[in-house]
Design a protein around this ligand. Structure first.
Ligand code: ADP
Ligand code: MG
Length: 457
């Protein structure tokens, strides 16, 4: 039933030790990845799986030597990298082709950079083009090609340098489902045939099924509060893999549970200066998920129609979405206390049911009460209540959040907090003056304010 051929039997190609990567926040470095140890061996396909924001692309760029780790090392065949990794080539989600060059010229670009002469470039490019099923398209320009054909160019451009390790960042996720399926299948056939000109593949994906279809090893990255390796699975199913088999489905379910489950794993030791989780949700450990009120209310309604509970996998299937699209909405319901998550199973709570069943005015009230328990919404509301005129500038909250989030994350956090607060009628936001204003209905509560001072930690 299972084979282990090719899995972690070969030589070490890439190794990562104690990698931490931080990006600059206004208030110092903010970790995006911490405590990462990974080794990639000859003969294996490794999938890096995680929700968006968990640091997958960052880790891949570190493997490619495109960005340096903040601490720890990345080595290629035992030698620590000092710049771009000479043993890797990258395939990007967005293809990243040069529109003014033909297919052939796009494929040759990587070779030119390595100082290879015209005749050899031409020969190698034609070989890669042929391998990946692009013959006939040599003189076409990217804009003449379908998405699938463009990504073939992306593959050819990476394979032409015959890297030891092919790195792929969500290479199929910009393609329609059938094209993605076809291209993924062809790639795996090539790999299995032994004609693939690389010795290992690392593929980043947020799609569990894709990870289990392709990989010998699936590494799950978690993102609370920064990216760490949550679990690693050896996948020893025979190839080509049968999605309908019991073992396949069982693995998918198990990995779903790991990706969505929380609380079971003790948090790993945080890097220096990072807060550990505390019983009461804080700004740092309870970021607002990227979910609009419309989106989370829609999900609550769907759950209500299914007697209040559903499997995330089944739900994603029913809606034609990927689990990654749903998770922020599920996270939002959970954060608001409107739903509980047990393994891959979401169930509405009594409040969630009340929220979903209520008319607009009542649902706003229920939402407001729940949102006030969410650290950032609470921080904004109580700060406004304490301000002299009920108004505070956007920059004030940006600065507070900069202690815990990167600049990009701060923008995203405030965008969601604005949406939630407006809907809850807790506060409004004036984009022209970049100012939050307490909702007039809250102003009366100023007199009997028993709210303890908000900690931003
Ligand atoms: P993934 O690929 O899993 O979606 P990324 O590696 O792209 O995750 O990002 C991880 C986190 O790091 C995100 O929160 C993102 O906002 C942040 N991030 C990524 N690149 C940068 C950057 N250049 N500067 C600041 N923050 C960044
Ligand atoms: Mg990414």
């Amino acid at each position: 039933m299972t084979t282990t051929i090719g899995t972690r039997t070969g030589a070490e190609l890439l190794s990562v030790h104690g990698l931490t990567k931080s990006y600059a926040g206004a208030d110092g470095e903010l970790p995006v990845l911490a405590g990462i140890d990974v080794t990639i061996h000859e003969g294996e396909i490794v999938a890096l799986l995680g929700k968006s924001g968990s640091g997958k692309s960052t880790l891949l760029r570190c493997l490619a030597g495109l960005i340096p780790p903040s601490s720890g090392t990345v080595s290629y065949r035992g030698d620590p990298l000092k710049g771009a990794n000479p043993g890797t080539a990258m395939v990007f989600q967005t293809f990243a082709l040069l529109p003014w060059l033909t297919v052939q010229q796009n494929v040759e670009v990587g070779l030119e950079a390595r100082g290879i002469g015209a005749a050899r470039r031409r020969q190698a490019a034609l070989k890669a083009i042929d391998l990946i099923g692009l013959d006939g398209f040599e003189s076409a320009y990217p804009k003449e090609l379908s998405g699938g054909m463009r990504q073939r160019v992306g593959f050819a451009r990476a394979l032409v340098v015959e890297p030891d390790v092919l790195l792929m960042d969500e290479p199929f996720s910009a393609l329609d489902v059938l094209t993605a399926e076809n291209l993924r299948g062809e790639l795996l056939e090539l790999w299995d045939s032994g004609e693939f000109p690389t010795k290992a593949i690392v593929v980043v994906t947020h799609n569990i099924e894709e990870a289990v279809l392709m990989a010998d090893r699936v590494i799950v990255l978690g993102s609370r509060p920064y990216g760490t390796i949550r679990a690693s699975y050896d996948i020893t199913l025979d190839r080509p893999r049968d999605r309908d088999s019991r073992q396949f489905t069982a693995l998918i379910n198990e990995i779903y549970r790991t990706m969505t489950g929380r609380g079971e794993q003790a948090a790993p030791l945080p890097p220096h200066g990072v807060e550990t989780a505390r019983p009461r949700p804080t700004l740092a450990d309870s970021p607002l998920p990227a979910a609009s009120v419309d989106g989370l209310a829609g999900l609550a309604e769907i759950l209500q129609r299914h007697d209040g509970h559903l499997d995330i996998a089944a739900l994603a299937d029913e809606l034609g979405l990927e689990v990654d699209d749903l998770l922020p909405l599920v996270d939002a319901l959970e954060l608001l206390g409107f739903a509980t998550l047990d393994g891959g199973h979401v169930a509405l709570s009594d409040e969630g049911l009340a929220f979903s069943a209520a008319d607009v005015q009542d649902s706003k009230k229920i939402f407001a009460a729940a949102a006030l328990e969410v650290p950032l919404v609470r921080l904004i509301t109580t700060s406004l209540e304490k301000s002299v005129d009920g108004g505070l500038r956007y920059g004030f909250f940006r600065d507070l959040l900069a202690h815990h989030y990167t600049s990009e994350q701060v923008t995203a956090q405030l965008e969601v907090a604005t949406d939630w607060g407006r809907y809850a009628e807790l506060y409004s936001y004036d984009a022209n003056h970049e100012e939050y204003m307490l909702d007039p209905s809250r102003a009366t509560s100023l007199d009997h304010d028993d709210e303890p001072g908000m900690s931003t930690a």
